[in-house]
Design a protein. Sequence first.
Length: 280
Amino acid sequence: MKLVKTIQEVREEVKKARGSGKVVGFVPTMGALHQGHLSLVKRARNECSFVVVSIFVNPTQFGPGEDFARYPRQLSADLTLLEKERVEIVFAPSTEEMYPADSSTVVEVPKLSKVLEGKFRPGHFRGVCTVVVKLFNIVQPDFAYFGWKDAQQLIIIKQMVRDLNFPLTVVGCPTVREADGLAASSRNVYLSERQRALAPVLYQTLKLMEAMVKAKKITETRKLVRAGRQFLMRHSGLQLQYLKAVDSRTLQPVPRVKPGVLVAAAVKVGRVRLIDNILF
Ligand code: PAF
């Protein structure tokens, strides 16, 4: 495994790999790796002969007052984990390498970015799209791996790849969960013991909603969301930001649950924000 810090070095490494007929798989991350990231890396390892992982805490996707400064950074622990997964290249650039002082272009998928997370984190997806486009241009992968945990991010990136004709396939991978259902996230380390005990209620709410649909008790999304809200509100200490049933391509509300409907939610437990979703 090679740790590289400059764009030129990644380009050279990927060029050599391509020259010897390798298929390039790419997993973009912000580090603080957990089982969710490792599932993406394992999938890339299974499907590709050359695996690149980037570690870059991207400042442009954090809003004012968000957790950019305290976001966990643990490069040497991350490198140990990636070494075990037999990754070829870890690209860990500096902020100056990714965003030279005179850089000014941004990339945005406007409609999909304004809803759900976009309402609470204005500008977030502009930062994500801008850095992901840059990373795609730097690494030029055949396959890029993203988790369903960040469903809106995945849907936006798929749209962006179609719109901008990137010659690569975006692969969405299942959410990895702790034993009690909490979705793996780098931000889970912020949870106190009491908050950690409360956090699985988010997934329990989504599972309850899924069970109601499966039992054919509810098909109208309005009623389904109301039932989910009521369950969640019973747990004090959780502050619901949104719970919505939307079409997973357009992210617009739909009247009835059917295959392709995404139920997405965000809650705050103290200062910690948790997101999760289920796809019908
Ligand atoms: O999902 C993440 O960790 C980030 O949003 C990504 C895709 C690495 C871009 O910074």
